[in-house]
Design a protein around this ligand. Sequence first.
Ligand SMILES: [Zn+2]
Length: 267
Amino acid sequence: MDSAGSLETSLLLGPEDVPPVLEKNAAGRSPFLLTSDHYGRLLPKKLGDLGLPDSERARHIAWDVGIAGVAEALADRLDAHLVAQRYSRLVIDCNRPPGAASSIPVLSEATAIPGNEGLSQDDAALRRREIFDPYHRRIDEIIDARAHDARPTVLLSLHSFTPVYAGVARPWHIGTLYHRDTQLPPLMLSALRAEGDLVVGDNEPYAVSDITDYTIPVHGEARGLVNTGIEIRQDLIADQSGQRQWAERLARILREIEATLFGEVRV
Ligand SMILES: [Zn+2]
């Protein structure tokens, strides 16, 4: 895909690099639009390894471990459109306002990111132009097209969290993350709690804000969409079996929520 920005010369992504945006089930009929800001951990060839060993580039600071498998399986089960971003959050974090310190971090948890130190404004702008912007432009286009076709859109932003952060263990299996939406988060919370076997976080381990987030404030709240974020603990979705089980569980819950929101079940 070389649509966005094709008139400008690419200075970051080269012929060996894949496009940042990945889509699945673009014709899916579900009202849920799934996004995955931290789906991948690729690095553009030009950036090398950002000065990090493999072990650092494989852990949660680089991406949301396990969420890709959940997101794809959930898109299948719900017949939902998934739009995801393939490059590492260490290149540019697609869920941070550009310009924020955590957008292109020089430190993540306790790991220094040498390839992000002393970055020029031009190089930062390039990462935004070639990775961040195409992803968010595409989400915008999808929401526009659905609105044009009078199709409802419920935004579900999918994430995963590390079981231990900065030495502190997190007890939750899953959490909902939200700010201004008052419809979907309570439905999600009560459905997850009704499962009976889950420790459910209410805006834990993170809450959404305009300063620390981008996808929910910009695509969900500013456009008036019913929305929530979901965070699943990474050790539960580390392998295919866990990813499948969580996708099945979430698909069942979300179909019930869809019926509550829209008063009918799609056939
Ligand atoms: Zn995430």
